[in-house]
Write a protein that binds this ligand. Sequence first.
Ligand code: AMP
Ligand code: GLY
Length: 439
Amino acid sequence: MRVLLIGKSARTDVIAEAIVRSRRKPLLFSMMDAENPGVMRRSKEFCVAKTDDAEAVLAFAERVEPDFSIIDPEDPIAHGVSDALEKAGIPCVAPSKKLGQLESSKSFCRELLRKHGIEGNPEYRIFRSGSGIENWLRELLDAEKGFVVKPDGLTGGKGVKVLGDHLRGVEDALDYCEEVLAKHASVVIEEKLEGEEFSLQSLTDGVAVQDCPPVQDHKRAFEGDEGPNTGGMGSYSCENHLLPFMGREDAEAAHAINEKVAAALLKETGAKYRGVLYGGFICTRQGVKLIEYNVRFGDPEAMNVLPIMKSDFVDVCESIINGKLDETKLRFENAATVCKYAVPEGYPSNPIRGALLEVGRSRARYYYGAVREENGKYVTLGSRAIASVGIAPSLAEAEKIAEEGVGAIKGAVFHRRDIGTQALINRRIEHMKRLRKNG
Ligand code: AMP
Ligand code: GLY
């Protein structure tokens, strides 16, 4: 069994681990934009090249002849790499470029839900020019709702601007819309949802949809949810496969949305979505709503679910490819997980590059992101560097292990100590209680 994996982040590293620990003993071949020491160590052979270049990927794939491939990040999907692999006869666990619009186009996603009567959309409108934008913004404000402005395209997680966070009012929003419309065909302006966010990563063969345990990520750079948004500073999941602020009915509502979206995509395009369907949801006082979709695992959320997956990941990938996911039950350990990222000082706006990190001994597992290895030490490249993951029967214990692990990474990095702690979780529970009481 030979598997080709494409990607360069800590999320790719944890996928690589899930592949090589398979009882099928696969050989791993990997391709990455920049050297990733974690993925490289797990690979029989690797290639550093541009992974959104279909020709470069095909050249490597045709040489190593994998039984199937997995594309981790969204960029190669948006550039047609999955289509190219499939065309060359190499099955791919990742959707086609067309299906990938679910993430790459915010308007496609909102319209798909609306057209197919799938619950979960906030109020939204799509604009192709500036005309009518001001009225819509004022309409939302008059209804005592905030607003969110979303460029209709991939922006590397930096395009969404929220009233109160990045936008002070209508004037700011109008300026930003003008900027967006100069670069993108359209802009989506939607109601600002209030609540607690969670990630539901489902695996699907386009018909059967099976979930990983829900995870909560922490986007803000600093403790107490302060500071700028980041790719995600850390995340946790619970041993009962729910989150402290959500009930079974919320998880079921999110699952139903993912399932209906897979069906709607099939109806709409005639093609089966094969891969990871990651819904970014929010529990609000009106129930579960959809923030956005990603067509890949979450980073860091992949690190909360793959290490506790009891099913053999390679078998699962094969069932996705063969359209037999309904015959395999996806199973996870009843363990809690906490992931904390060590990120370079100055991250995200002005990160130190080239800082030397040493990783000591601890009980945590490490997944390597934006670092290069040099004589047993690691050099920061600017983005999230090394993830420390604690896995234990309880959240408190998992948090201790993750904290011990991230503390053992020495050098010019910082992390959020509060992720996974009871104090922060109590704030989330209180937040949800307050919203539901006012409802
Ligand atoms: P995205 O770039 O689509 O991942 O969005 C980034 C972040 O913006 C999300 O994680 C949310 O915190 C926030 N966001 C996006 N849409 C909404 C919305 N309709 N209401 C409130 N927050 C939102
Ligand atoms: N954790 C957010 C993301 O992967 O997009």
